[in-house]
Each structure stands twice: as C-alpha cells, then as structure tokens.
Design a protein around this ligand. Sequence first.
Ligand SMILES: Cc1cc2nc3c(=O)[nH]c(=O)nc-3n(C[C@H](O)[C@H](O)[C@H](O)COP(=O)(O)OP(=O)(O)OC[C@H]3O[C@@H](n4cnc5c(N)ncnc54)[C@H](O)[C@@H]3O)c2cc1C
Length: 398
Amino acid sequence: MMRTLMIAGYGMAGHRLAEEVLALDADEEWRIVILGEELYPAYDRVCLSGYLDGRSRADLMLPGRDFLQHPRAQLWLGCPAVGGDPASRTVRTADGSCLTYDALVLATGSRPFVPPVPGHDLPGCFVYRTFDDLDAIRAHARPGRNGVVVGGGLLGLEAANALRLLGMTPHVVETGPHLMPAQLDRGAAAVLHRHVTGLGVAVHCGTATVSIDSHPARTVRSVTLSNGTVIDTPLVIFAAGVRPRDDLATALGLERADRGGFLTDKLCRTSAPQVWAVGDCAAVGGRCYGLVAPGYRMAGSVARQVLGLEAEPLEDIDTSTTLKLLGINVATFGATGHQGAMEAAFAEDTRYAKAVFDADTGVLLGGILAGNTGTPTTLQPFIGRQPPADLEQLLLPA
Ligand SMILES: Cc1cc2nc3c(=O)[nH]c(=O)nc-3n(C[C@H](O)[C@H](O)[C@H](O)COP(=O)(O)OP(=O)(O)OC[C@H]3O[C@@H](n4cnc5c(N)ncnc54)[C@H](O)[C@@H]3O)c2cc1C
C-alpha cells in the first residue's frame, strides 16, 4: 500500500527533501503531501534580493514543471499545519483538515527577529524574508529619501542593497563594533565597510536603535540611535537575525532546544517516532544553523531514513559561508574562532585575508577572506594540514 510522507513547510529544505525522496523511491511506495504556509511553491530564498533586481517570482521558483505535475507529489499552498497528534499520526491544517501520515518532516524555517524597540510595529516597518515582504517594501519605498536597516549582518547588507536599488539612501545600524560581527573580524569588516560606504551606504556601528518615531498619523518619521543620531526616514527594515519557527512543538508535544528549534538527534529525529525536522527549524544536537547548505544535508539524510536506507549522522556540519555582498566577496572557511589559535593576517586597502592555525601543531584551521582574495575552494583542502609554503600567495593572489 502507498505510504504518505507529509512535509510541513515548503521552503528550500522542504523542497530538497521532496525531490530526494522522489528520486530515491525506486519502487514508488511513497506519496508526498506538502503543506505550505506561503501561497507560492518553494523559491530560492538565498537569491531573494534578485526579486528587486529584475528577477521574477518564476525565475526564483525551485520546482520545475515535472515536480509540480508529479502524480505522487501534492502541494497544499496557503495551508499551514496548525497542530496534530504523533500518536495517531495526524496533522491538522489551518483550513480544518485532519490528514494522516506515515512519516512527518517539519521544515518550517525561521522567522525574522524584530527587537522590541518602541515603534517597531508602525506602518513603514518591515522584515526581509519573503516575496510578500519585498513587495511591501517596494510599495513603501520613497526614492531620494533615507531608509534604515536595523542589523549589519548578511541580511542587513542585502536589505541595504535592496534600498539602493529602490533609489533610497540606506543607513545600516549595527550594535556590534563592526559589520557582520558574527562572521568577520575587524580587518575583513574594515574592507567591507570601505566598499559599502563607497557605494553610498551609511554605516552606524557600535550603536543601537532606541526608538522608531512616528508622525501624528502613526507612520514612521525617524529613527533615534543610542549615540544620539536621529535619521529622518519613512521606512525601516529589521534584519537583526532569525529565530527558528518551532511553534508546532507545543501542538505536537515535541521537545524544543534551549535556544529554540525542534530538538533532534544527529539524524534529525525529533522526540516523537516517525517525526523529523530539517532546515532552519531543526536544532540538530541542540543547534540551529540558519544556512541553506546544512539544511540540504539534513534533507538528504532524512530522505534516506524515510525510505529505510542507511543514513550517516550529521557530524561536522560546515558553517563556512561564501557571499557576494554589494559586489564584494566575503567568505569564511573552517574554524575561525578557535581558543588559543595562531593567526596570520594580510591586509591591503581593498582586500584582507586571515589564516588561523592550531598553536600546538601548526595545522591550518580556517580563515576569513574579504575582497579579491583566494577562494575557500582553493584553501579548504589545506584544513587540518600544514599550510603550504606559498600560503600568502594563495590567500592574496597577485
Ligand atoms: C535575503 C536572504 C538571503 C539569504 N542568504 C543566504 C546565503 O547567502 N547563504 C545561506 O546559507 N543562507 C542564506 N539565507 C538563509 C536561507 O535562505 C535559509 O537558511 C533557508 O531558506 C532555510 O530553508 P528552510 O526550508 O529551512 O526555511 P524557509 O526557506 O524559510 O522555508 C520555510 C517555509 O515553511 C513555511 N512554514 C512555516 N510554518 C509553517 C507551518 N506551520 N505550516 C506550513 N508551512 C509553514 C514558511 O512560510 C516558509 O515558506 C538567506 C535568507 C534570506 C532571507
């Protein structure tokens, strides 16, 4: 008899899982029911900013026609899962349906974190996660005016670029001492800072957003920072990090990790039988990743388990990032925050590279790159080995 895999959440990880299951299910034993909260099929969220730069929804859509017309894949779009019962293997949807499953995978992603500053909910405040968010930002944009982005990480810089594309002057506010404090050190951030300010992005680091101030009509008028700066603006985008969407944990009686997310073991198994979690919402071994590559690894592993195939536990999840932000390359590879490590940094005006070594053995642990440097692909093979004699040349090629 045909069995049912239910996937709650149709984003990047959920789609990858469905594709893998269809590809591996040689005996055609499984049908897939996908519950999606958004009204559209999964899309490439990593390239979401392209939507404000000439790419259409269709360009960014992940499933092809074959998938959308697949006889064993059923999409329920605009129909989120709201509850269920792992004991009777049922899921309830927002439209009141009660569906049964043989295997359930939670792939509900994450939501933007909005700091509770006064005025954060005024008309004119936005987040940056979905097509709908970008449509709302586009509709509210006022060319020639300032736009404020709260958060100077990857998302914040993407949002700043979006405001540039919409003809506004972006101001990025970051509480940390420099841009992208979670990934970059001061040297790499300085190169990034010079590059983005050269493009007209104003950067305010080491200061916090104190309040979003409004007109009498309750629309955004300005943003006040803790250093006393007041930025006149009609539009604010919050890009201050994400939180795993684990609301279903309560409804399904599943364990959460201490810092949120469906708690899973290294095989992405939650605390209920036949229920897995993948992608941003999964706290694998207690940790959420918020990056697409780990989500894809989880999807690959769970697809095999659902089909009864052997799957490797997810050890050593790679959190290296390679980004192109406003036209500049920024990357980290391997481990960069190792205690007691040795470092060698090479800095020029427009580029920067740092290699991190184990202080005892001298082996390469990882590094940080900004600007026109060597790539993680050329450097990664040396991780765990003695660095080559021409390391500087690899980091900063002539
Ligand atoms: C602008 C932007 C740029 C990014 N750039 C990078 C990058 O360069 N590199 C990188 O690694 N990562 C990047 N990311 C992060 C990356 O997009 C995520 O890691 C990835 O999308 C996670 O996939 P997911 O399927 O877990 O979650 P999502 O893609 O968020 O999909 C989850 C889906 O589940 C839906 N959902 C939620 N609850 C329910 C429910 N109860 N029932 C049904 N559906 C539900 C949501 O509406 C959503 O559609 C970026 C993100 C953004 C927004």
